[in-house]
Design a protein around this ligand. Structure first.
Ligand code: ADP
Length: 153
């Protein structure tokens, strides 16, 4: 049975930090699905199609990374595609506390799905999509925080 992991998030936009977590996870899983969670009440900087295209361009070199969108609970989405793993990245103690609660609650909801956490590389620890958006919105240079294949955004 294929080991499929879902990497859920909003990816507004995908950053070098996300890319690194996904590529490192390819040694653990056969396939990683980067899954954009759709929340109708949330305002995004990049629309869903743009975010999806940027992720596809980032991983155009491998067929082991897929991109998808979903609504509702992550564990239900995992079940619907036969994924037994959720992948998350940890940058800090704050990420850890937040992710711990989600991971434990997801496990309570479905014992068959395990969450795997990868520590960010030190050079990516400060990168987050919110700050990247602020830089882009204000005409700053965000390239050093973005995957090489999407430097043109
Ligand atoms: P959310 O909207 O749920 O915060 P994000 O798209 O920001 O989702 O992040 C998705 C996942 O990527 C989360 O597990 C988050 O911790 C992780 N992540 C975000 N930025 C980085 C980074 N620089 N290094 C490692 N992991 C990261």
């Amino acid at each position: 049975m294929d080991r499929i992991a879902v990497f859920p998030g909003s990816f507004d936009p995908i950053t070098l930090g996300h890319e690194s977590i996904v590529r490192r996870a390819l040694s653990l899983f056969d396939q990683v699905v980067v899954a954009i969670g759709v929340n109708a009440n949330k305002k995004y900087y990049f629309d869903l199609e743009q975010r999806k295209t940027l992720i596809e361009e980032t991983f155009a070199d491998t067929d082991r990374v897929k991109v998808d969108t979903y609504q509702g609970l992550t564990i239900n989405y995992c079940q619907s595609i036969g994924a037994r793993f959720i992948l998350r990245g940890l940058r800090s103690g704050i990420d850890f506390e937040y992710e711990k609660a989600i991971g434990q609650m997801n496990h309570a909801l479905n014992h068959d799905i395990e969450t795997y956490f990868l520590l960010t590389l030190p050079e990516h620890a400060a990168i987050n999509s919110t700050i990247v958006r602020d830089i882009l919105r204000n005409g700053g240079e965000a390239r050093q925080f973005l995957p090489a294949s999407i430097h043109s955004i």
